[in-house]
Design a protein around this ligand. Structure first.
Ligand code: BGC
Length: 826
């Protein structure tokens, strides 16, 4: 290979945005052209963890956190197989999944993409995903290596993390996936202890390669690389969305880096794609580069997996008997909340996949369909997410005429529009870029929801094809449809399918300066592909009075119903963390108002992570559905009606108060002066709550069922240098159900270093018929009892007696035993 040919394998393109692109793109986010002369094929890279994100539809699986809640490696194998199969069918070679970072910050934007807060759970499911994806002939990518645990300042933050927290919490899942043969690892955006993750010799070379034996390739996150020689020498194979590697040819010629280093990077890529059978046509004397063939996608298998995981990942947080719904409830049932009539499919950002549009059924429609013709299921939104176009009567141009003054950015020409409401046949010409200015006059003091809505665009990056729109009031931006980094963007599109961004602002009665800018290029989208579609744009609002009307209508409907179901959601997205753990847009008030009106109130949550529940004692049942993917409507209806029995468990702790979280110090999150400090040490997730004696709202591992389970016959035996823990679980109720027995081991009485009071070591998921009982054996290995010794740079077992705790959650222990750990010899 010539030097140029070698370097072409290290410089990835983002089709349509920068660098090389295939002649026949399908929306892949990364591309390498290969070396046609030698028969080295092109490689296509697609996101991501919740479905294969391409332009043609693919299955929108439930968010990975929902998979985590199944506590089932078997489900993870089906999920991974669906991802791998669809990626391969669509001609993709590398899948940018799974995400293995832990939930460290309850507010972090991408929590829904993770497998929870525990390394044993993340490792077990991560390995199952990787093996299943790769069994389909597609290379999986363990991401984001490492300590990428928040979105605020993600491109620049320096994560200062101690060696023990890194080794014991953040790295085990990466290590497990490397040992399971993952072909690719993605280096993160952030710095780790002062060094860019993409040029980190300790992470990329010493640990990943030399210690764990990784023989695949490392890719940068998109735009995460900051250098040529340092990154190459540290171990970054392929750079995406930046072009520092363009300077490598000169660097080699000038002797600033050895060509042998380039060779080593290239060899890793070739070895890996060779392992996946992609070099079949390569010849030294010239081969025939053949890309992967694309086939029509059969959506059935994916849909089945999506539905199973959505159903089995649902967590019944609370139930006083209100669930499942009774026949009499169905004779006058009221359903409230926008998430009921519009399925919340997935979270926002690069993992967003819309799914097959024809399969997306709202929970409300699914419920009505199953409930049958005698059921009376009414719907009252309670919370109006769409609003109405801001009327001309509330708008004045700077000259005082009704409406707003539009200025075309390109030509500078102006005209007056009575409203900003350009939809359907009235849409703006493709490529419009314009600004509307004037005043908005509000009738009374209060909280106004100002909304800017643009064409949805399910394109490759769910970018708005026509560009972003932003609305500002009195000089402050209040809402923006920027896809990756907007805290104001809703996961729920408008009823007519537009992207919907909302800002809630307090306005005093009277006029306010308003500005709407539209058609702005999206940050991170690079050069915009040519836009051919008309641009739809709307400025809408919900006034305090409209809000009160919607609230009261829902409460009134609940008053006369036999039972009420309120759907509440949060808006998890890549690019930004949540400002607070509270449900957004006043949904707490809505839940409380419905609960006040109806003594049989059920809450369905579509959140990607913990939320506070000030109304928890006032409702009768709470069912957590996460972001359940394209089949989530059916799964929700099945669970509410008792056609399926919830068996999911929380993979993250739900704190009772914001201040209780392990990262409730600015130095921990979001960081101070560009740096954050993991000063909670090894006390991530439930380890923190246990160590501090804080009672969470719902603990890690918690989840109820429509049946009950009995535990018994605990026995602990030494085996293979570790211990087997055996016990029996029986379904003591009248319906079939799933139980996830969890094995925790305590710290010894007198630990040599700070250890968590208990940690999850093993678990299994059992499906049990009524009366059925099963014997379970779980294993505790010496590594499970180890801590990372910083002085010796090695794992060491802390000697001493340990409590063995078998529970149905981390705080509901059913069986207690003991084992004695033999310490690592000095
Ligand atoms: C995300 C990655 C993703 C990549 C390509 C980045 O913004 O952090 O997870 O794979 O974009 O879409």
């Amino acid at each position: 290979m010539t030097l140029e040919e070698k370097l072409s394998l290290l410089r990835g393109g983002m089709p349509g945005v920068m660098g090389p692109a295939p002649a026949d793109p399908v929306g892949e986010v990364g591309y390498l052209p290969g070396v046609p002369r030698l028969g080295i094929p092109p490689l296509r890279f697609a996101d991501g963890p919740a479905g294969v994100r391409l332009v043609p539809p693919t299955t929108a699986l439930p968010a990975p956190v929902s998979l985590a809640a199944t506590f089932s490696p078997e489900h993870a194998r089906h999920y991974g197989a669906a991802l791998g199969r669809e990626a391969r069918t669509m001609g993709q070679d590398v899948l940018l999944a799974p995400m293995l970072n832990l939930v460290r910050v309850p507010q972090a934007g991408r929590n829904f993409e993770t497998l929870g807060e525990d390394p044993a759970l993340t490792s077990a499911l991560g390995v199952a995903l990787v093996e299943a994806i790769q069994a389909q002939g597609v290379i999986a990518t363990a991401k984001h290596f490492a300590a990428n645990n928040q979105e605020n300042d993600r491109l620049t933050i320096d994560a200062n993390v101690g060696e023990r927290a890194l080794r014991e919490l953040e790295l085990p899942a990466f290590e497990a996936c490397v040992r399971a043969g993952v072909g690719s690892v993605m280096a993160a955006y952030n710095k780790v202890n002062g060094v860019q993750a993409c040029e980190h010799p300790t992470l990329l070379d010493a640990i990943l390669r030399r210690e764990w034996g990784f023989d695949g390739f490392v890719v940068s996150d998109w735009g995460a690389n900051h250098s040529a020689v340092p990154a190459l020498e540290a171990g970054l194979e392929i750079e995406f969305m930046s072009d520092h590697y363009a300077t490598l040819a000169d660097a080699v010629r000038a002797g600033r880096v050895a060509e042998a280093t380039v060779d080593e990077r290239v060899r890793r890529i070739l070895r890996t794609i060779g392992r996946f059978g992609l070099l079949a046509n390569a010849r030294q004397e010239g081969g025939r580069a053949a890309g992967r063939r694309r086939h029509p996608l059969d959506p059935h298998d994916g849909a089945r997996v999506a539905r199973d995981v959505a159903t089995d990942g649902a967590v019944l947080l609370k139930n006083d008997g209100a669930l499942p719904l009774r026949d009499q409830d169905l004779r006058a049932l009221v359903v409230v909340g926008p998430g009921a009539s519009h399925l919340v499919v997935g979270g926002g950002g690069s993992s967003r996949v819309g799914g097959f549009p024809e399969r997306r059924t709202s929970p409300l429609d699914a419920l009505r369909r199953i409930a049958g013709p005698d059921a009376v299921v009414s719907y009252s939104p309670g919370l109006d997410l769409d609003g109405v176009p801001v009327p001309a009567s509330a708008l004045r141009t700077p000259e005082g005429r009704p409406g707003l003054m539009r200025t075309d950015d390109a030509t500078g020409t102006s005209r007056v529009d009575p409203q900003v409401n350009f939809v359907g046949d009235g849409a703006l010409p493709p490529g419009t870029r314009a600004t509307w200015r004037g005043t908005l006059t509000v009738p009374s003091d209060g909280e106004y929801d100002l909304k800017v809505q643009t064409d949805w665009g399910e394109g490759p990056f769910v970018f708005n094809p026509g560009g972003t729109a932003i609305v500002s009031i009195d000089g402050n931006e209040v809402a923006s449809t920027t896809v990756l980094v907007s805290r104001t963007l809703s996961l729920i599109a408008t009823a007519d399918g537009m992207t919907n961004a909302t800002g809630r602002v307090h306005l005093a009665a009277g006029p306010h300066v308003i500005e709407v800018r539209a058609g702005l290029p999206q940050p991170y989208a690079g050069a915009r592909p040519e836009v051919t579609r008309p641009y739809q744009l709307r400025l809408a609002w919900v006034t305090p009075e409209m809000r009160r009307t919607a609230f009261h209508a829902a409460a009134e409907a609940a008053r006369t119903a036999r039972a009420a179901i309120v759907f509440a959601h949060n808006e998890g997205t890549e690019g930004t963390d949540r400002g607070s753990l509270a449900l957004p847009l006043g949904q707490d008030t809505l839940v409380a108002a419905v609960a006040e009106a109806n003594p049989r109130t059920i809450v369905v949550l579509n959140t990607g992570d913990p939320v506070l529940m000030p109304w928890v004692d006032r409702v009768n049942a709470i069912l957590q559905l996460w972001y359940p993917g394209q089949e989530g409507g059916h799964a929700t209806a099945d669970l509410l009606l008792g056609r399926a029995n919830p068996g999911g468990k929380l993979p993250v702790t739900f704190p009772a108060r914001e201040a209780d979280s392990p990262t409730a110090l600015p130095e921990r999150w979001p960081g101070v002066d560009g740096a954050q400090w993991y000063s909670e040490g090894v006390l991530v997730g439930y380890r923190w709550y246990d160590a501090q004696g804080i009672v969470p709202l719902f603990p890690f591992g918690h989840g109820l069922s429509y049946t009950t389970f009995e535990y018994g016959d605990l026995a602990v035996h030494a085996r293979d240098g570790g211990h087997d823990v055996r016990f029996r679980v029986r379904n003591a109720g009248a319906v079939a159900g799933a139980e996830v027995p969890q094995l925790y081991v305590s710290a010894p009485g007198d630990p040599p270093v700070q250890l968590a009071p208990q940690q999850l070591v093993a678990f299994t998921r059992l499906e049990l018929a009524p009366g059925e009982s099963r014997e379970v054996t779980l294993h505790v290995s010496p590594r499970d009892l180890s801590y990372w010794c910083v002085q010796r740079r090695a794992w060491r077992v802390a000697a001493g007696a340990r409590r063995v705790l078998v529970g149905t959650s981390s705080r509901d222990v059913r069986l207690r035993g003991e084992l004695t750990a033999v310490g690592t010899p000095a």
